[in-house]
Write a protein that binds this ligand. Structure first.
Ligand SMILES: [Fe+2]
Ligand SMILES: [Fe+2]
Length: 167
């Protein structure tokens, strides 16, 4: 999105794009169902698992928490509480799936997948892709442009510094 003015909105947008890229890689990898367990000892699949742990943790612990604590209340007051209630509800559904997935990815990085773990990982991964792509798209369409209108320059600078140090 080129028309966002505020540094904070640009930072949030940048992280949304990193998340979408990761979800796309995850979806491509999980797409064709195969009976073979993936090789977790090296190559693309191992890189994906490593990136998944890093990106999802920053996302859930940093990005989600920051939105909930600093941005949703402000947006609710000035624009529309129904929107932030919906976004918050989506965070609450996504958070446990992301945690489940990072736990499975960590275990797989150490000792590979068992058939059961791989099944669980695939299902959780596909569910995360579906829910989170939709969530990010909603924030990109309604939430960020709205936020971009209501914060002044000083608030923007301060919030952006806080966001960058929290993620
Ligand atoms: Fe969000
Ligand atoms: Fe977001």
């Amino acid at each position: 999105m080129d028309d966002l003015e505020l540094e904070l909105c640009k930072s949030l947008h940048k992280d949304h794009m990193i998340t979408l890229q990761l979800l796309e890689r995850l979806e491509t990898t999980l797409g064709p169902k195969s009976s073979d367990l993936p090789d977790t000892t090296g190559g693309d699949f191992r890189n994906l698992l490593t990136d998944l742990v890093t990106v999802l943790e920053a996302e859930v612990k940093g990005h989600f928490a920051f939105e909930e604590e600093h941005l949703f209340p402000r947006f609710a007051d000035e624009i529309d509480p129904a929107i932030t209630e919906m976004l918050q509800g989506e965070h609450e559904i996504i958070r446990p799936i992301a945690t489940q997935l990072t736990d499975l990815a960590r275990a797989a990085l150490k000792e590979g997948f068992t058939p059961d773990n791989w099944d669980e990982f695939r299902n959780a991964g596909l569910e995360l892709v579906e829910r989170e792509v939709f969530h990010v798209q909603k924030e990109e369409m309604g939430f960020l442009p709205g936020l971009d209108e209501i914060l002044d320059e000083d608030e923007d600078r301060e919030l952006n510094m806080m966001y960058l140090s929290a993620t």
